[in-house]
Design a protein around this ligand. Structure first.
Ligand code: ADP
Ligand code: MG
Length: 630
């Protein structure tokens, strides 16, 4: 974790301990109470010096309306219609006809509503900031004793950092060794990958793609582009969720309706009080305040349960999902396989075959590759240095070892490998080719993760269809699907074929969520309606995804879906409720059946009800605890 991220987490945990009372802005509170006191004083007869223009009322209004007027002025400048603006019109109109008490009461109500709004948003935000700790925290550094893992905060200028394919480049610096390409879109905005070779400049926060590179660190921590990303993330959290735009539009529309209604009321009845009441009763802040709170609270609630939703829009998309597509290796299976068998065709012995395969996989981020490296180490096999390392996502790796070109992967990569039909259980075959000729097969058995079975049953219960898309061979994929009760399987897919499978689903009118972990899943994660990455997956998958399951637990996805759907129901209820109350209120007020003060009461009361409705989603204040879905 960078220094910045740590500070952010620290600050938040401090904030979390503040009481409800401690969160209220004292200035706002005093202002509101002052305005209310002025209203009471004027109502009790403190109308000095002139009953038509009591000084206390004027002072109260100036104090009370200052923040409302500045808010309204902002809205005018941006040409938007808002609650502040309509309420200001009502307050001024009431004062103009000498209804000082009414005017002060409306101002006090508006101020109280704003405190309430700030308070609930503040609590929603806190929970979000915790997520800073999601950013990567350790990197591989080359030392005299070979590569070691080090906390990013301890990496210094001049250190040599090793970045595996699919890994996030953790520092700004210069490539010393290796060839690859990097996706720098996050830093430079340029979406086309740039080629990396010795001498190329790289930026922290960009994603290394197909090759392994070693980078000399030049700017680290908060100085690097990475440090700036942390800032950017922080800002994204304080910016408004996009669903709010719809809410704001609707709110503006309702304010126009109220003003239109007010004009008609005045023309027909010439009753100024009724006219003011019409303006006051509408205003639609239940929508404007309730929607962002619901989204923020839902994101926070999901976060507490171990998933990171990058944006409110993704939550909306998830609530509509009817098909969940899973990658297999690393997603449904643990991605921690073990070597169960080494078969050779006689050219090399078993140890040598494994040594070659492991040497070629030395930089691999793929679970199968890592396993072969670990297995070679356990057998005390000495690995050879490899060069010209390349990774073909969904197929395997090639590298030059001892002058031989070694290919390790599936039958797309090792063309003359035999189909393995007698693999035990859910073992996956990985073939090894040396100088273009098939040399042997390593069988790796993975275990199915503990949670998918229950999670998949839950998806089915909620009417969601499940599907496996995998690059592995059909027999293994079908065994996994049968074991987990998954509806459908497509096996032997290259990354592009995973993409077209997702396109086909979407063209058939389905709303698709894709869950994956690998470099090869990244394009599909970006293409699906909602991309979901396993926390244990590669950086590039987590980068491409909209939602990250930090704990790699699929039951968190069930919970996330549940909360997303609940948030949508709450937002819809607020929409419908606000419109209903505003319409009924406008009709009653225009017939003179609602006084301006009663109208203010209904306005603020209904807004409070909608905010509280959204606030039901705010997670309990227990850090790290799983929030029970319900
Ligand atoms: P999945 O879609 O199940 O996650 P991948 O698409 O990552 O699987 O890989 C598909 C197949 O390609 C694997 O089953 C394996 O045979 C081969 N493969 C991919 N990457 C590697 C690698 N680094 N080393 C060896 N084989 C690999
Ligand atoms: Mg995978």
């Amino acid at each position: 974790m960078s220094v910045d991220a740590r500070t952010a987490t620290h600050v938040t945990s401090g904030a979390r301990e503040r009481s409800l009372w401690g969160r209220i802005d004292r200035g706002d509170l005093i202002r509101t109470l002052f305005v209310a006191a002025c209203a009471v004083a004027v109502a009790l007869g403190a109308t000095w010096p002139w009953p038509q223009v009591p000084v206390i009322a004027v002072v109260g209004l100036v104090v009370g309306c200052w923040p409302i007027a500045t808010g309204a002025w902002e809205d005018v400048r941006h040409r938007r219609m808002s609650m502040e603006l309509s309420m200001l019109i009502a307050i001024v109109a009431a004062a103009a006809i000498g209804e000082w008490v009414t005017s002060l009461v409306i101002a006090a109500f508006v101020l109280a509503a704003e405190i309430l709004e700030d308070l609930s948003m503040d609590r929603g935000r806190d929970a979000l900031t915790d997520l800073m700790s999601f950013l990567p925290d350790t990197v591989q550094v080359r030392t005299d004793d070979g590569p070691v893992m080090r906390p990013l905060a301890d990496v210094q200028e001049g250190d040599t950092v090793i970045v595996a394919p699919g890994g996030r480049i953790p520092v700004d610096g210069v490539v010393l060794f290796g060839r690859s390409s990097a996706d720098q879109s996050r830093i430079t905005g340029e979406s086309w990958p740039v080629d990396l070779s010795p001498g190329s400049e790289v930026f922290a926060g960009s994603i290394n793609q197909i090759g392994a590179v070693e980078v000399r660190a030049e700017r680290v921590g908060a100085d690097s582009s990475y440090g700036r990303i942390v800032d950017a993330v922080r800002q994204a959290q304080s910016s408004e969720p996009p669903v709010q735009r719809l809410a704001d539009r609707l709110a503006a529309w309702l304010v126009y309706l109220a003003l239109g209604g007010a004009v008609i009321t005045y023309v027909v009845t010439r009753d100024l009080e009724a006219t003011i009441a019409v303006v006051v009763v509408a205003g639609a802040c239940g929508i404007a305040a309730g929607t962002p709170l619901a989204v923020l609270a839902a994101i926070a609630r999901i976060a507490r349960a171990g998933a990171f939703v990058k944006d409110g829009a993704h939550l909306e998309a998830l609530s509509a999902v009817d098909t969940v597509v899973f990658d297999k290796t690393g997603t449904l299976t643990a991605g921690t396989p073990s070597v169960v068998e080494v078969r050779t065709d006689g050219m090399l012995d078993q140890d040598r075959l494994l040594t070659f395969a492991a040497s070629a996989e030395a930089y691999s981020e793929h679970p199968l590759g890592k396993t072969m490296v670990a297995s070679a180490r356990t057998r005390s096999l000495e690995l050879f240095p490899a060069s010209e390392f390349t990774y073909e996502p969904g197929c395997g790796v090639t590298a030059v070892i001892e002058g031989h070109t070694v290919a390790v992967g599936n039958r797309t990569l090792v063309a003359d490998a035999p189909e393995v039909v007698d693999a035990p259980g859910i073992a996956s075959p990985v073939h090894v080719g040396v100088d273009g000729a098939y040399a042997g097969t390593i069988l790796l058995a993975d275990v199915i993760r503990p949670t998918p079975r229950a999670a998949i049953a839950e998806f089915h219960r909620r009417g969601v269809r499940t599907l496996i898309l995998t690059g592995d061979q059909p027999a293994t994929a079908q065994a996994v699907a049968a074991e987990l009760g998954i509806d459908d399987v497509r096996a032997g897919l290259l990354p592009e074929q995973k993409l077209s499978a997702i396109d086909a689903e979407r063209e058939a009118g389905r709303r698709v969520a894709m869950v994956g972990d690998g470099v090869n899943d990244a394009p599909s994660l970006a293409r699906a309606d909602v991309g979901i990455a396993m926390g244990s997956g590669t950086d590039i998958a987590r980068e491409s995804a909209d939602i990250v399951l930090i704990s790699s637990d699929l039951s968190d996805l069930v919970h996330t879906l549940h909360v997303a759907r609940r948030a949508r129901r709450i937002v819809m209820a607020n929409f419908v409720g606000t419109i209903a109350i505003d319409l009924v209120g406008i009709v009653l007020a225009s017939f003179g059946l609602l006084s301006p003060v009663a109208a203010a009461f209904i306005h603020v009361g209904s807004e409070t009800a909608f905010i509280l409705n959204s606030a039901r989603l705010i997670p309990r204040r227990r850090v790290g605890a799983k929030v029970q879905s319900g």
